[in-house]
Design a protein around this ligand. Structure first.
Ligand SMILES: [Zn+2]
Length: 227
């Protein structure tokens, strides 16, 4: 029997609508439309949370539900960054490009306080939910092999893998190198710490990226674009 992807079926409740979700949020707001910023079991109570937040601090006023999701680059009239690239490798002069093969390319983040942040994306324009199956399969291999490559850096404890995709409609997966042996720069707050930590000197950033490119080349082939 075909699955019903749209909503309710006999004996099965429908998934919640956006309006119903937000109605519950609004019911929890106080008079100035804020929420507690530091609830007892919240992230702000973690030892790893980078900011000091007073017990009675509040959030910014919570905006109403928008009529539409905010458009991303590559949607509507906004061209994607891949528009106009004639062929794979046509952006090889990008100084942040670390590695590529016929289907994928990997860029490092230019400014970071972490050992490395890298972004993996398909060369052809696809969003993640529409990746062709061959690319989806290779993405699985690349996630494993790139995480392993990043974790060979001596300053790295773990590679965190994230997909947000709220800024651009071109699929891209983030790889955050979490420093080894630091008890606070850990878990889901690592991107917050990245903004606060001093940036890597250029020579260190470049050496780390070149090491990762070589390690990925050894594991997955392709072309390492950093010496
Ligand atoms: Zn694109």
């Amino acid at each position: 029997m075909a699955e019903d992807h749209e909503g309710a079926s006999p004996g099965r409740p429908a998934p919640e609508s956006a309006e119903a979700w937000f109605a519950r949020v609004e019911a929890a707001l106080d008079g100035d439309r804020t929420l507690p910023a530091s609830p007892p079991d919240g992230t702000a109570r973690w030892d790893a949370f980078p900011f000091v937040i007073a017990d009675d601090a509040r959030t910014h006023p919570v905006a109403p539900l928008a009529e539409f999701d905010r458009p991303r680059t590559g949607e509507g009239s906004s061209p994607c960054h891949c528009a106009g690239t004639a062929m794979p490798g046509s952006i090889e002069d990008d100084p942040n490009l670390m590695w590529r093969n016929d289907s994928w390319q990997l860029r490092r983040f230019e400014r970071t306080g972490l050992p490395i942040i890298a972004i993996l994306e398909p060369i052809a324009h696809h969003d993640l939910p529409e990746l062709p199956e061959a690319l989806a399969g290779e993405l699985g291999l690349l996630m494993v092999r790139l995480a392993a490559a990043i974790e060979t850096l001596p300053s790295v404890g773990r590679c965190h893998v994230n997909r947000w995709g709220d800024g651009g409609a071109h699929a891209h997966v983030w790889f955050f190198a979490r420093p080894v042996r630091h008890p606070q720069v850990t878990g889901s707050v690592v991107p917050l710490w990245d903004d606060l930590l001093p940036a890597l000197p250029d020579a260190v950033r470049d050496a780390n990226a070149a090491h990762v490119a070589r390690e990925l080349l050894a594991r997955h082939g392709g072309i390492a674009l950093m010496a």
